[in-house]
Design a protein around this ligand. Structure first.
Ligand code: NAI
Ligand code: MG
Length: 356
C-alpha cells in the first residue's frame, strides 16, 4: 500500500505557540491513522525568542534551505515579553513569509455550538474568506529613523504598492472567489484619502476583474467596511484587502465569529517555490502561557488548511468535521465560554476523528 509522505517544518516558537502546535501535530497524526492514506514527518525546529536570546538570531543562516526541504510549515506564534515585538516579528515570522508567501488567506465562520457577539447573527450569516496581501503596503519594511532622541526626531514607514504585487494577489483572490459558491468578491481600499497607491489598487483590480466575468465584485472603503462587517455580515463572502487593512479587518472578523482563538491563517506561495506556512491567527498570549488553557481550534483549523493545500482534501474534511462536532458538543475552552482545557479539546477532536 502506497502512502503519501509529507515533511512538515514544525515551529511552535513562543508562548502558547508550542502548546497549540503540539496539539495540532497529535491531531494530524490521528487523521493519518484513521484514513491510512498519508504519513506526516515533523521536523521540530527550535526557532524562537529563546534561541534569539541565546544566539542573537531567531533562525540559522541557511533557514531558507532548511525550510525548502519541507512540504509545508506549521507555525505557532512569536513574541516574548522581554523582546521588542518588531524584533521578534521580523526576526522569525516575517523573515519566513514576507519574501515568498504573498497570499495570506483567513477564513472566518461561526462554528456550531459557538456564538457571535453580534445579536441576531446566525452561523449561515457569517462565512467569509479574507485574502490579505502579504508582502507589500505599510509592512514592506521601507522607511527609516533620523535625528534619534531629538525633539524633531522623524520616523517614516513608506507604503509600497507595485503593479506586480497587486495583480498577483487580485488574481489569487478572484480565483478563490470563483471557487466559492457565491462567487462574490468585495475589495477594500482607501482610495479617497490615499490618492496614489490605493488608486493603483483600484485600477489594477478592475483590470484583473475582466478575466473573471462570472465573479460579482464590489468595492468598499476600509472605514465603511468595518460598519458593513458588523451590521451586514451576510452581504460578504470573499474579501480582498491590503496588508495593513486586512490585518485589522481579519482580527475584527475573528472577534465577530466568536474568538480570536479559533481563527486560522494560511500564508500561501501560489507558485509553490517555497513551502507555504499555516498558523493560528493569534499571538503568543503571555497572559495564559503555561496554563494549558489555550484554545487549540485555530491551530486545528490551520492544519485543515495545510492538509487541503497539500492535496489531502479528505483528511482536511475529516478534521474540520471533527472540529465542528467537538464545538457542537460543548467541549470548548474558556475564550468560547466553555470549561475545557487544551488537552481536553484535543482529546475530544481525536475521539471525533477516530469514531467517525
Ligand atoms: P494575542 O493574540 O497573543 O492575545 C490577545 C488576547 O487573546 C489575550 O488575552 C490572549 O490570552 C487571547 N488569546 C489569544 N490566543 C488565544 C487562544 N488560542 N486561546 C485563548 N485565548 C487566546 O495578541 P497580543 O497580546 O497582542 O500579542 C502577544 C504577543 O504575540 C506579542 O509579542 C505580539 O507581537 C505577538 N503576536 C504574534 C503573532 C504571530 O506570531 N503570528 C500574531 C499576533 C501577535
Ligand atoms: Mg494581526
Amino acid at each position: 500500500e502506497r502512502k503519501n509522505l509529507y515533511k512538515i517544518a514544525q515551529i511552535g516558537a513562543d508562548g502558547i505557540g508550542p502548546e497549540v502546535i503540539d496539539a495540532g501535530v497529535e491531531v494530524i497524526h490521528a487523521v493519518a491513522k484513521k484514513l491510512g492514506n498519508a504519513r506526516y514527518e515533523f521536523t521540530n525546529l527550535d526557532w524562537s525568542s529563546d534561541r534569539y536570546k541565546k544566539t542573537g538570531s531567531y533562525v540559522p543562516d541557511n533557514y531558507i534551505e532548511v525550510l525548502k526541504e519541507h512540504d509545508a510549515i506549521f507555525f505557532g506564534a512569536v513574541g516574548a515579553p522581554d523582546v521588542p515585538d518588531h524584533v521578534s516579528l521580523w526576526g522569525l515570522r516575517l523573515a519566513i513569509c514576507q519574501p515568498y508567501m504573498y497570499a495570506n488567506v483567513r477564513r472566518t465562520r461561526i462554528l456550531p455550538g459557538t456564538e457571535s457577539p453580534l445579536r441576531n447573527c446566525k452561523p449561515e450569516d457569517l462565512d467569509w474568506c479574507i485574502v490579505r496581501e502579504n508582502s507589500e503596503g505599510e509592512y514592506a519594511g521601507h522607511g527609516g529613523r533620523s535625528h534619534r532622541g531629538l525633539p524633531h526626531e522623524i520616523g517614516t514607514e513608506v507604503t509600497i504598492f507595485t503593479r506586480v504585487g497587486i495583480k498577483r494577489i487580485a488574481t489569487y483572490a478572484f480565483q478563490l472567489a470563483q471557487a466559492r459558491p457565491r462567487k462574490l468578491l468585495t475589495y477594500v481600499t482607501k482610495s479617497n484619502a490615499m490618492r496614489n497607491g490605493m488608486v493603483l489598487w483600484d485600477e489594477v483590480i478592475n483590470e484583473v476583474a475582466k478575466d473573471f466575468p462570472d465573479v460579482t465584485m464590489d468595492h468598499m472603503l476600509v472605514d465603511a467596511m468595518t460598519v458593513r462587517m458588523t451590521l451586514h455580515p451576510e452581504s460578504l463572502d470573499t474579501i480582498l484587502a491590503t496588508n495593513l487593512h486586512a490585518d485589522i479587518l481579519s482580527d475584527l472578523a475573528a472577534a465577530l465569529a466568536g474568538s480570536i482563538g479559533i481563527a486560522p491563517t494560511a500564508n500561501i506561495d501560489p507558485s509553490r517555490t517555497m513551502p507555504s506556512m499555516f498558523e493560528p491567527i493569534h499571538g503568543s498570549a503571555f497572559d495564559i502561557t503555561g496554563m494549558g488553557i489555550a484554545n487549540p481550534i485555530g491551530t486545528f483549523w490551520s492544519a485543515c488548511e495545510m492538509l487541503d493545500w497539500l492535496g489531502e482534501h479528505e483528511s482536511a474534511e475529516l478534521l474540520m468535521k471533527a472540529i465542528e462536532k467537538t464545538c457542537a458538543s460543548g467541549v470548548m475552552t474558556k475564550d468560547l465560554g466553555g470549561k475545557a482545557n487544551t488537552a481536553q479539546v484535543t482529546q475530544a477532536v481525536i475521539h471525533a476523528i477516530m469514531s467517525s
